[in-house]
Design a protein around this ligand. Structure first.
Ligand code: AMP
Length: 217
């Protein structure tokens, strides 16, 4: 299955992707994670991306399109993949569509997790993740078993540099202006499955995704 997880920042795309990973056995491809890795490795691409990310703006299309095209051509993507945080603009979606078309492939499903802006700000500013295994927590809604320590035992919890309120508001504005048009883009192609994630637990959203994708009863 070739699947896209679409939705505003903080909607739970990464959390759901990690759940789906166990069920579908296809790789999760997160452009945000790839860009953060490039920053950590201090590559030229990472340094360019950092300026946009710190400002809550989207990284230029050609940068992320290149990363994704390269990633989905790897052998572990031959039976499918899950895109988390890509595409985020119509030109990105068009570039993905033509890259897949060249190989006679297409996106099978796009799961939209929609959440109201007011709830997203609280969700994102309370978000923490494990520096070692990547597990995601929320200080109030999904706290770690022991303060500041991941259940894996190996990592301390960190807050993303762009998870502060000012940057979050800018990211939400980028979502509404540049990413929301993808809802119609994929609805027109008959692959959109829309889920209302407002005031829902991760478990409730996961059950809805499984239902929409007919993965389990
Ligand atoms: P995320 O981890 O998906 O919330 O992404 C964090 C940041 O990385 C975003 O606010 C953007 O600055 C950048 N980013 C991630 N994916 C993309 C994308 N597909 N297009 C442009 N910028 C992206």
């Amino acid at each position: 299955m070739k699947l896209i997880l679409l939705g505003p920042p903080g909607a739970g795309k990464g959390t759901q992707a990690k759940q789906l990973l166990g069920l579908l056995g296809i790789p999760q491809i997160s452009t945000g994670d790839m860009l953060r890795a490039a920053i950590a490795n201090e590559t030229a691409l990472g340094m360019e991306a950092k300026e946009y990310m710190d400002a809550g703006k989207l990284v230029p299309d050609e940068v992320v399109v290149g990363l994704v095209k390269d990633r989905i051509s790897k052998s572990d993507c031959s039976s499918g993949f899950m895109l988390d945080g890509f595409p985020r603009t119509v030109p990105q979606a068009e570039a993905l569509e033509s890259a897949l078309n060249e190989d006679g492939k297409k996106i099978d499903n796009v799961v939209l997790i929609d959440v109201e802006d007011d709830e997203l700000v609280g969700r994102i500013t309370g978000r923490r993740s494990c520096g070692a295994c990547g597990a995601i927590y929320h200080l109030i809604f999904s706290p770690p078993p022991k303060e500041d320590t991941c259940a894996c035992g190996a990592g301390g919890l960190i807050q993303r540099a762009d998870d502060n309120e000012e940057t979050v508001r800018q990211r939400l504005s980028a979502y509404h202006q540049q990413t929301a048009p993808l809802v119609d883009f994929y609805r027109d192609r008959g692959v959109l499955k829309a889920i209302d994630g407002t005031k829902k637990t991760p478990g409730e959203v996961f059950n809805k995704i499984k239902y929409e994708l007919q993965l389990e009863s």
